[in-house]
Design a protein around this ligand. Structure first.
Ligand SMILES: Cc1cc2nc3c(=O)[nH]c(=O)nc-3n(C[C@H](O)[C@H](O)[C@H](O)COP(=O)(O)OP(=O)(O)OC[C@H]3O[C@@H](n4cnc5c(N)ncnc54)[C@H](O)[C@@H]3O)c2cc1C
Length: 191
C-alpha cells in the first residue's frame, strides 16, 4: 500500500516530537514514524540519571506549558532547574506526555529504505507499506551511529557489543567484561 504526505519525520525521540509540534503549529501536514522515546526507553540503563540539568532538558514546543517544569508541576514533583537529576524513566514519561498532548498518532514503523524519485522521497517501511513525501526530516538520534575500534570490528557479537546495542546491562552480571572508552555511558555502568 502506498500513501503520501507533505513531510515525514523519521524518529520519535525528543527532536522528532518537537519538530512535529512545530509543523502542526505551522499547518504542515506530516507523519511521524518510529516508536515514541524508543531509544530512551529501551537503550539506556534503568535508573540512569540525565546528565543535562532540568532547565536544559525541555522538549521544545511552539506553545507554553510543556517544559519539564510544567510536567513536574502536573505530577506534584518538586522542580529544581539545577540539581534535580531526572531519572530516565521520568524523562520518558515527560516525552510521552508531550507526545500525547502535542503530537498524537505516531506510526510505529521503522524506515527500511528511502530513495528519491520525480522530486519526491519514497520510503519503504518495516510493515511492508510505502510512503511518498515531499520532504523528510531525519531525527534518528545516535543509536545507529555507534563506532567500534577497527581492531575489534571483526569480532562477532556477543563477544564485542557497542553500548548503544542494549539498555539494561544486567546480562553482564557474573561475566568478565572489558570496557573500551570512558564516556558517561561507561561510567554509569560501573556504578
Ligand atoms: C546514554 C545516553 C545519555 C544521554 N543523556 C543525555 C542527557 O542527559 N541530556 C541530553 O540532553 N541528552 C542526552 N543524551 C543525548 C540524547 O541522545 C539526545 O539529547 C536526544 O535523545 C536526542 O534526541 P533525538 O530525538 O535526536 O534522538 P533519540 O532520542 O535517539 O530518538 C531517535 C529515534 O529515532 C528512531 N529511529 C532511528 N532510526 C529509525 C528508522 N530507520 N525508522 C524509524 N525510527 C528510527 C530511534 O529508534 C529513536 O527512537 C544522551 C544519550 C545517551 C546515549
Amino acid at each position: 500500500m502506498i500513501s503520501s504526505t507533505d513531510t515525514v519525520i523519521v524518529g520519535a525521540g525528543p527532536y522528532g516530537l518537537s519538530t512535529s509540534a512545530y509543523l502542526t503549529e505551522a499547518g504542515v501536514p506530516h507523519q511521524v514514524l518510529g516508536l515514541p522515546m524508543h531509544a530512551w526507553k529501551n537503550f539506556t540503563p534503568p535508573g540512569m540519571l540525565l546528565r543535562s540539568e532540568a532547565f536544559a532538558s525541555n522538549l521544545y514546543a511552539p506553545w507554553g506549558g510543556y517544559t519539564v517544569e510544567d510536567w513536574c508541576r502536573r505530577n506534584h514533583i518538586e522542580y529544581k532547574p539545577v540539581g534535580l537529576h531526572l531519572p530516565v524513566e521520568m524523562f520518558v514519561d515527560y516525552g510521552q506526555w508531550f507526545q500525547s498532548e502535542l503530537v498524537g498518532h505516531i506510526r510505529p514503523v521503522e524506515v527500511a529504505d528511502m530513495c528519491r524519485k520525480d522530486g519526491y522521497f519514497r520510503l519503504g517501511l518495516s510493515d511492508g507499506s510505502s510512503l511518498v513525501a515531499r520532504r523528510v526530516v531525519l531525527s534518528l538520534g545516535l543509536k545507529s551511529f555507534g563506532q567500534a575500534p577497527s581492531a575489534l570490528r571483526s569480532v562477532p557479537k556477543p563477544y564485542v557489543l557497542h553500548s548503544g546495542d542494549f539498555g539494561n546491562p544486567m546480562w553482564s552480571k557474573g561475566k568478565e567484561i572489558i570496557i573500551v572508552g570512558g564516556g558517561s555511558r561507561r561510567s554509569g555502568w560501573l556504578r
